[in-house]
Design a protein around this ligand. Structure first.
Ligand code: NAD
Length: 334
């Protein structure tokens, strides 16, 4: 058996604290050496809960010889600098998405990783989520014939967005983050659709509006819609929203086939097939904890690729293609 991979999770906020730390704690081939965050009140409780050492200075992480790989769960504006430093030190990097605010920076990160012979893995976790893996299996089994159209909706409650990224926080700084939260939160589904159809989006037209929500500290509630066309012909629409309450929040993928059957993937645990039976058929999908949206699986994949020197299933090129589509929604805002 290869040695366990020494991991540092950097950034103990929303995704670092709730997804990566619990996941790496459980992954058999990983040894979570340290959790790093600038804010002690964030990182200390996490360190106590999971029994992992913490530090406040990223330089300490880089100096630690037990750390072979870093997981960058810091705000997007810091990805480039922190990734480049880790790569220079010969450490593998699992970097949250968007990888960096500009494609130019992403290409530099890619080049540096190739030169240092380390793995730079973009955290595109949706394609590892059980709900979408099952949907893809059903498409490959020709349950809907050939897919011809797709709708995807992702509505985050305005209250949850305001709590995660309050007005004035990094996520609203377009220049440093690459775009507003609609841009940031769009990338996982765009990548998932490219993977689902094994095809590229060749055309996209975005329409957005932004409504200041006074009751949520003035964050911009967004409704951002994209019309997309895939190379092999699938036509689709995307709708990202943050102007709804908890009850109306949803994640829903609908795929239409040329045999007139339709698949709905609802949240992360239910597929509904509108097929030849008189009633729609519900197919439950088992998904728990950090596995629900594929975080555990991609973290585990990161460890396995390092241990076995394997090529990853998702690459920096996937991140670039995805961000090229997402960034088109931002071009009129700057
Ligand atoms: N994969 C997913 O499901 C998912 C979901 C949400 C966000 N994200 C991405 O994850 C990243 C982080 O988002 P978040 O919502 O967790 O952010 P957040 O603001 O909740 O947390 C970021 C943490 O990083 C810390 N930090 C900042 N600079 C640091 C430094 N130099 N050294 C150590 N710690 C530092 C902050 O103190 C904060 O605690 C973003 O790029 C975002 O787009 C991914």
């Amino acid at each position: 058996m290869p040695d366990n991979v020494g991991i540092a999770v950097v950034g103990a906020g929303f995704v670092g604290g709730q997804a990566h730390v619990p996941a790496f704690k459980k992954i058999p081939g990983s040894d979570l050496v340290v959790i790093c965050d600038k804010i002690e009140t964030r990182v200390k409780p996490l360190s106590e809960k999971y029994g992992v050492k913490y530090c406040l200075d990223y330089e300490e992480v880089l100096k630690d010889p037990r750390v072979e790989a870093v997981v960058l769960a810091v705000p997007t504006p810091f990805h480039f600098d922190l990734a480049m430093k880790a790569i220079e030190k010969g450490k593998h990097v699992l970097c949250e998405m968007p990888l960096a605010p500009t494609i130019e920076q992403i290409r530099k990160m890619k080049k540096a990783a190739e030169k240092s012979k380390v793995l730079l893995l973009p955290d595109l976790n949706y394609r590892f989520a059980p709900i979408y893996i099952k949907t893809k299996e059903m498409i490959q089994e020709s349950v809907i014939g050939t897919p011809i159209a797709v709708h995807y909706r992702e509505f985050i409650p305005a209250a949850a967005l305001a709590e995660q990224w309050p007005a004035g926080s990094w996520a609203w700084d377009i220049k440093r983050s690459g775009g507003y939260p609609d841009f940031t939160l769009s990338v996982w589904a765009i990548d998932m659709l490219r993977w689902l159809f094994a095809d590229e989006i060749v055309d996209v037209e975005w329409m957005s509006n932004y409504t200041p929500l006074k009751q949520f500290g003035g964050i911009l509630g967004y409704n951002t819609m994209g019309l997309i066309k895939f190379e092999k012909g699938v036509a689709g629409s995307l709708h990202y929203g943050a102007t709804v309450n908890q009850l109306a929040s949803t994640s829903r993928l609908e795929v239409y086939g040329d045999n007139t059957n339709v698949l709905h993937a609802v949240w992360n645990n239910k597929i509904v097939l509108f097929g030849s039976d008189p009633e729609p058929k519900e197919i439950p999908v088992e998904a728990k904890g950090t596995r629900m949206w594929g975080h555990y699986q991609i973290d585990n994949h990161f460890v396995e690729c390092i241990q076995q020197n394997r090529k990853p299933l998702v690459t920096v090129e996937d991140a670039i293609r995805t961000q090229e589509i997402a960034q088109k929604m931002v071009k009129n805002l700057k």
